[in-house]
Design a protein around this ligand. Structure first.
Ligand code: HEM
Length: 187
């Protein structure tokens, strides 16, 4: 299928699987917990949207399911959209996680001569555009203050690393995640 309208997002469409993920998250008793994980990332091309008659967006909807390697339990579930605005050369990621936190991150993409695509999006709490919205509880107890997601895709290989800055247990904590995935199916 030709997905040229999706710009830099064309390469991420499909079902991806990876088993070399590492999560670093806050744990009050030991400070930091490192957890190896496996992951399935499903990215579906869902077409285009027009805003105010003049902004043309192409949209990929995704679902990320992450399982702890030690017991195969799902310990992170995330849904969202990757959005491409060709006129503004902007990549947008909107995501929500079931802790009552939503992120709208914006950024750019670039493609090397060999076809490797890099995507880099960020959001900050308080930013009026690329921001983070969270419940009153999370705002007071486990506030997400900044988010950055960097993704590289070439053919059937996708890698990402992300940093989610949290204000939790009285300090700032860099909650990080990263994985390498192989495409197991085109959708
Ligand atoms: C692969 C991606 C991710 C994984 C595997 C993951 C996993 C985890 C784990 C294991 C914890 C500790 C939970 C606990 O101690 O009970 C945690 C905490 C947290 N995560 Fe993530 N996370 C991911 C992505 C994100 C993202 C994208 C956000 C927000 C945008 C986020 C926000 C939080 C917050 C606010 C907490 C603090 C809650 C707490 O520890 O009580 N996480 N995450």
């Amino acid at each position: 299928m030709n997905h040229i309208e999706y710009g830099p997002l064309a390469g991420i469409i499909g079902v991806w699987k990876g088993n070399s993920g590492t999560d670093v998250s806050p744990e009050p008793s030991v400070g930091t917990e490192k957890t190896p994980y496996t992951e399935t990332l499903t990215c579906e091309a869902i077409g285009d949207v027009i805003n105010a008659k003049k902004q043309h967006l192409w949209v990929v909807r995704y679902h990320q399911v992450v399982r702890r390697k030690s017991d195969d339990e799902v310990f992170h579930d995330q849904v969202g959209y990757w959005i491409w605005d060709a006129d503004r050369q902007q990549v947008i990621q909107s995501l929500t996680i079931p802790r009552a936190v939503c992120v709208l991150a914006g950024g750019t993409a670039s493609t090397e001569l060999d076809g490797t695509t890099h995507i880099d999006v960020t959001a900050k709490a308080g930013d009026p555009h690329w921001g983070i919205v969270q419940s009153p509880f999370m705002d007071s107890n486990a506030k997400t203050t900044a988010y950055r997601h960097q993704l590289t895709v070439k053919d059937d290989l996708l890698t990402y690393s992300q940093s989610t800055l949290l204000d939790i247990y009285g300090k700032s904590f860099d909650h990080t995640d990263g994985n390498t995935l192989l495409r197991s199916d085109h959708s």
